[in-house]
Design a protein around this ligand. Structure first.
Ligand code: PGA
Length: 223
């Protein structure tokens, strides 16, 4: 409802999107609203948080592919307005700067969807990421590689690097919608909401943001 209300109120809104298992229900509901209620995405612009380095958009585990399968192919969004970082960019440094520029040129992100890692990361801002960081390359932690191996078949097939929006990039979005479900997120959610602000739990930087909505199930909220 939060996303749909924004899309209705501001047809040319800029959505920051996330991948992973958490937002699947949200995307399925947006597709349903598009089909059954005519929710119109024709002018919506999207920027995804991150992408694995080395995977092309057609790779089944790429985040571009995930977004096509779970959302973009089922709504009336203009493909030119959907942005997912290019994991095969030739010059990553200038590509990351360009990604930031594109967000700024669209007027910034109105609503950023966020999942959270078991280690408290948002996007691929792993523990130790600067809280002022911008879009850049990050090395995935062993925990994240293990968490994501379930999609790749084996740990050795998981890319070790990703392009990710920075914590600073995320903090500039006008509103954040943080979603978490399940006991495996309980500790990270406690640290994020009630712990000290620390680069070891990058989601804790959201305490500095003035408009974050956290939607948690009982298990994730347990602590
Ligand atoms: P998940 O991933 O939604 O698949 O739990 C979230 C994350 O690691 O950011």
């Amino acid at each position: 409802q939060f996303v749909a209300t924004l899309v209705r109120r501001k047809p040319r809104c800029v959505l920051g999107l996330a991948t992973g298992s958490t937002p699947l229900g949200l995307y399925a509901e947006l597709v349903r609203m598009h089909r059954e209620e005519g929710l119109d995405f024709s002018r919506v612009v999207t920027f995804n948080l991150d992408e694995y380095v080395g995977l092309s958009g057609s790779h089944p585990q790429s985040y571009r592919h995930f977004m096509q399968q779970n959302l973009f192919d089922h709504i009336n969004i203009d493909p030119r307005d959907t942005h997912v970082p290019d994991g095969r960019a030739l010059d990553f440094e200038s590509y990351c700067e360009q990604y930031e520029r594109m967000i700024a040129e669209e007027g910034g992100i109105d609503m950023q969807l966020l999942g959270i890692g078991g280690d408290g990361h948002i996007a691929f801002n792993e523990p130790g990421s600067s809280l002022g960081s911008r879009t850049r390359l990050k090395t995935l932690t062993e925990e994240t590689v293990r968490d994501n191996a379930r999609f790749f078949g084996s740990e050795k097939d998981v890319p070790r690097l990703a392009i990710t929006m920075g914590v600073g990039t995320i903090l500039e979005s006008r509103q954040c919608l943080l979603l978490a479900a399940g006991a495996s997120k309980a500790r990270a959610i406690r640290d994020t909401i009630e712990g000290p602000i620390t680069a070891q739990i990058t989601a804790s930087a959201l305490q500095l943001h003035r408009d974050v909505i956290a939607i948690l199930d009982q298990e994730a909220a347990r602590l």
